[in-house]
Structure formats: C-alpha cells, structure tokens
Design a protein around this ligand. Structure first.
Ligand code: AGP
Length: 606
C-alpha cells in the first residue's frame, strides 16, 4: 500500500527517493510522485503507473538536495495524476506526502472551500497541505502542529516548505514512519527496506510523535512540542536481503529460503533439559501463563489461517481451549475481552491495520495480547505486551510463504511451552521438540521434489475452479492452499472441510472441477480416502497432498508425498506443496507472481 520516502543531505535527493520508491513497489500502488526542493522552490512530478513511468517524467536537471516521494494506493479518489502525492498548497510552498486516512477531510474541505481555497485533487490529503499553509505559525513545525490539531485519522506525513528549505517535518499517528540516520544525510521511509541501502541506524517514530529532519540529523518531539529525545538503534536488515539474488521472483526465492528460515525461528528457543521451548519475549511468567484458560489467535488472510493451525496445536498439546478469528471482524462485534484469555495477534508485516486495531481493542479493554510478528519494530510488534519474532527475514512477494511457515513453527513452540506448563509429559515434550528440529530438513526434501509438483501444477493451471479439502488440523491447510492459488494464479478456489463436501459442494463436482485433497497418515485417513473416492466417482480429478503410508488403492489420483512429522505438526509440512502448486500454476498462466492484481503486501487501511 502507500509508501513514503524522503532524503535530505549532501547529494541530489531525486535518485535516493526514486530508489527508495522502487524498493517499496512490492507493497502495491497505482501512482507515484516526488517533490524536490531546489533554489527556485519545489519541483513536483507525479505519474500514474509504475515508478519507471515517474522516473521518465523527471526533468534532466533536478539537483535539489531535499526530496520526498510517495507511492499511492487509491482510497479517496481514483488513481490519477492529480490525486497522486505530493500534494501542495496554493502556489506550491508546502508539499507533502501522506499515508493513512484523514477521517474529517470532508468537513475540513467544506470549511476551506468556504474560505476560497481551491482544491486540485479528490484526496483527503490535500486538506492537510492547505491547513499547514494557512497556519499563522512562523516555523514549519508550528504550522504542522496547528494542522494536526484540526485533523482526526491516521497518518504518516512528510512535509517540505520552500520557505524553510533546510528541513523535512514528519509526523506519525497510526501509520509507520522511520528515520534513517546517515553520514551528512538523513532519510525517512514508511518501511525500513527503503533506507537500509544507506543506513541501518534508525528511529521508529511513535504514534503522536513528530520530527524535524535535517541533513545533520533529527529532533523528535510530541504534539505539545516537548522534546522526546529519541536515539537511533541498529536494525538487523541487510540490503542484500532485499535482492532477488539471481531468482526470477521473490516468491520463489522466499519459498526456497524456508529451510534456513525455519531453522532460524527455533534457534536457541528449544530447551532440551526440560523438553520445552524458551520464549522469553512473551514477558509472561510461568504462573501468569498457567492462569490463562483460553487462547485466541487473531490475524488476517493467511495469518488467520495459520492462527487456526496454532489454535489446534494449543488444544492438542496444552489442552487449553483455543480458536482463531479474523482480526478484521474482531473489533466490530464489540468482543468480550476476558482477563483469563491469552490473545495472540499474528502478522508478517506488523502493519496490517485490521490486526493493529484488534490489538488496541484488546488493550483498551485490559486484555493481555502477545504478537507473532516478522518485522522487528513494526507497529504491532511495538503495541503488544510481548511476543515471538518470526525471524523469516524480509518477505517481499505479496503471497506470503516463509513468514507463514515460521508462524506455524512459532505456534508449535508456543503450544509446546504451554503444554509443558500443563500436562504434556517430558516424553511428549521431547517428541515435539525433536520433530520441530527436523522440520527444516523435511521442508528441503519437499522443495527437492519441485519438478514433480511443477508438473502437477500444469494441470492445476488448466482448472477454472478448484476445491481444497482437509479435515481438522488440515482444514486450515486447505484454506491456505486455496488462498495461495487464488492470489497469484486467479484460479477460483474454495476450501471446505472434507467432511462437508457431501453436505452440498459435492453437487459441483464434475470433470472440470479439480479437487486438491489434504490426506495425512492419521486416524482420519480412511474417511479422507472415502471422500476422495466420492469425488472420483463423480468424474472429478484429484490431487492428493499426502504421506507415503496412505494407500489409495486403485483410485486414480495425482499424489504429492510429503515427509511425516508428529501429527500435531503435520500442517507445517503439508502446506509447503500448496505454495509450489500456486507458484507454478501462476507461471504457466503468465501472471505477475510477485505483484498480483488488486493486492498489496501490507494492508495498512481498514
Ligand atoms: C498472504 O499470502 C496474503 N498476502 C494476505 O492474506 C496476508 O497474509 C494478510 O494480509 C496479513 O498480512 P500480515 O501477515 O502482514 O498481517
């Protein structure tokens, strides 16, 4: 979704800003723009389409050393050049870029229009430029504070003023904003990925915080203009983590990274002495953890499906009632927040607005909420009471893969930890712990069978419709498999519990309907095989994701065999082939795998 980049320093700003915007392309956008402050004021260039279209429109000589840029994902008004950021005040003195939504923009627009202010866009953002320009304050900081006092909503803002060309003023409320501190240069970005090529010393602004950013450094302050004295910290993110390193797609690179990343999430966290997991980041004592009588997972999209996997693991291993719910629905149903429920929010980006609002709802009502988050220092990671970082490394492709695997690995550890605080025996703790350790190698074995999966994907690509079916632990696997296929191949796919097929969906089975059945070697295998038989009897084709020991007899199906782990952890491995199926189907169909249509990597609006 929308992205912000800014530069102020010794060099021409435009190349830095354009490079940063290109890094943020993965987040999804429909238009972009840049403002560069030079000796004759601000040069504003905006464009619909890709950053390369914007780059092509830049004047040959653009030497100003202060610049801000933006990628826009349309919310208020269509994707047009006029609606692209930066927005300016009349005469162009103030230029600003904005992520988030100004809730009272319509009221402010009416008031400003009554005062003869002419608007040039349909956006909510433009009101902020006019409010700043109309402030009587004699500093840019004062004018921004005046404007913020009049607006409600969420924002990350970066503002330049050709009357104060030595600075960029930035403000954050509910939308991330990071300062990168370099040598004689300072950068700003909504995502650390956009500035790590230049510095890894960063400050994550807090909500309600502002900063003056200059070539020599920065100064942070709050809405009452009090100094907040923030110091930079080092982030563990290398520019090379963001490269394709010879692969054609980020999604493919991220699928291949899974053995290494899955090993990273358990590293140092399995305690052989007590056959448990050591999760110090939870910030909860054994006594506090034992007091929870219920666990609820909250996440959106795939993170919600993996939350369902986590809930089942907790019920299996800790015998504590657990469930998962879409974070996007949570706060709208006035949820009952129970003091003895442990809330677990799940997010790769740590910036998903729906999930972040769920955290606030839980905290507002006094609940305890921990996070399973990938991006260190992200909004959700900073709001929760504690949590488990996923250590999946930067995930660029819109379709999440390695982060989901690490969520499931993290939930395996959480379930083990809670289990060992309750009635899980030492022997069972060891069984799970050993199984978790073996998973990275087992993922590698699945990845080694890629050619066979790619061949089956040829058939998947031909389907117009597909069912993904699985039971109990494997139902979330089916949901995630269907989601992945939809997202990047645009093949219509729906997930059902296998047991539900006969209660309705079976009516749709015919030779044109493909069924991907998740059939592990467990106590439900014979029932699953019976369901596969019912599909075949109606002429439906079946691809089974299964274990070696499962015998389908003479039923004609395609089989993708994955290694067996402990039953509680099977979903972690059974999900992996669905990634490769979706990836290869999307390749066959010629789609933009990393940037599927209509989707954004990080959904920062509700
Ligand atoms: C996954 O492939 C999807 N792109 C999407 O469902 C994603 O998982 C969801 O939007 C949540 O994102 P988050 O993990 O960054 O919060």
């Amino acid at each position: 979704m929308c992205g912000i980049v800014g530069y102020i320093g010794d060099h021409a700003a435009a190349p830095y800003v354009i490079e940063g915007l290109k890094t943020l392309e993965y987040r999804g956008y429909d238009s972009a723009g840049i403002a560069v402050l030079g000796s004759k004021g601000a040069t504003i260039v905006r464009s619909v389409g890709r950053i390369r279209d914007l780059e092509a429109k830049l004047p040959k000589r653009l030497t100003g050393k202060v610049g801000i840029g933006h990628t826009r994902w349309a919310t208020h008004g269509p994707a047009t050049t006029d609606n692209a950021h930066p927005h300016t005040s009349a005469g162009g003195r103030i230029a600003l870029v904005h992520n988030g939504i100004i809730d009272n923009a319509a009221t402010l627009r009416t008031k400003l229009m009554a005062a003869d202010v002419a608007f040039t866009s349909d956006t909510d953002t433009e009101v902020v430029a006019h409010l700043i320009a109309r402030s009587a304050a004699d500093t840019l900081e004062g004018a921004v504070l005046d404007a913020l006092a009049q607006i409600t909503g969420t924002y990350a803002l970066a503002v330049t003023d050709s009357g104060h060309p030595d600075r960029i003023v930035i403000a954050r409320n509910g939308s991330p904003l990071i300062i990168g501190v370099g040598e004689k240069e300072t950068l700003i970005a909504s995502d650390a990925a956009a500035l790590v090529r230049h510095t890894t010393r960063v400050v994550h602004l807090d909500d309600g915080e502002l900063a003056t950013v200059t070539a020599g450094g920065f100064h942070t302050f709050d809405r009452e203009a009090n100094d907040t004295g923030r110091e930079p910290v080092e982030i563990d993110l290398a520019a090379t983590d963001l490269e394709l390193t010879g692969h054609e797609h980020y999604m493919y690179k991220e699928i291949l990274e899974q053995p290494e990343r899955a090993a990273a999430v358990i590293r140092g966290r399995l305690d052989a002495r007590f056959a448990t997991a050591r999760l110090n980041g939870l910030n909860l004592s054994p006594r506090e953890l034992r007091a929870f009588r219920r666990v609820k997972f909250l996440g959106c999209g795939s993170a919600y499906y993996v939350g369902q996997i986590g809930a089942q693991m907790i019920e299996d291993l800790a015998r504590i009632p657990a469930d998962a719910e879409p974070a996007s629905e949570f706060r709208y149903r006035n949820p009952i927040i129970e003091p003895d429920t442990l809330y677990v929010v799940v997010s790769q980006s740590g910036e998903t607005a729906d999930t972040a609002f769920a955290v606030l709802e839980i905290k507002r009502k006094g609940g305890t909420v921990i996070g399973a988050v990938n991006v260190v220092g992200s909004t959700i990671a900073r709001e929760v009471d504690g949590g488990i970082y996923l250590h999946a490394g930067p995930e660029i492709a819109v379709a999440s893969t390695k982060a989901l695997t690490n969520m499931a690995m993290a939930f395996g550890m959480l379930a083990l930890h809670l289990g060992r605080l309750h009635d899980l025996s030492y022997a069972d703790g060891e069984r799970i712990s050993n199984a978790l350790k073996a998973i990275p190698e087992q993922i590698q074995a699945i990845l080694d069978s890629e050619p066979a999966i790619a061949a089956i994907a040829q058939r998947v690509a031909k389907a117009e419709n597909a069912f993904f079916i699985g039971r109990v632990r494997q139902y979330p696997v089916a949901r995630e498999g269907a989601q992945k296929l939809k997202e990047i191949s645009y093949v219509h796919a729906e997930a059902y519990p296998t047991s539900e097929l006969k209660h309705g969906p079976l009516a749709l089975i015919d030779p044109a309907m493909l069924t991907v059945a998740v059939v592990p070697d467990d106590e439900l295998a014979s029932r699953n095989i019976a369901a596969v038989e019912q599909v075949r009897a109606r002429g439906g084709e079946v691809v089974a994701i299964t274990h070696e020991a499962v015998e389908f007899g003479t039923i004609a199906i395609e089989r993708i065999v994955v290694p067996k782990t402990e039953p509680e952890l099977d979903p972690i491995l059974l999900i992996i082939p669905t990634q490769l199926l979706a990836y290869h189907a999307a390749l066959v169909l010629g789609h933009d795998v990393d940037k599927p249509r209509n989707l954004a990597k990080s959904v920062t609006v509700e």
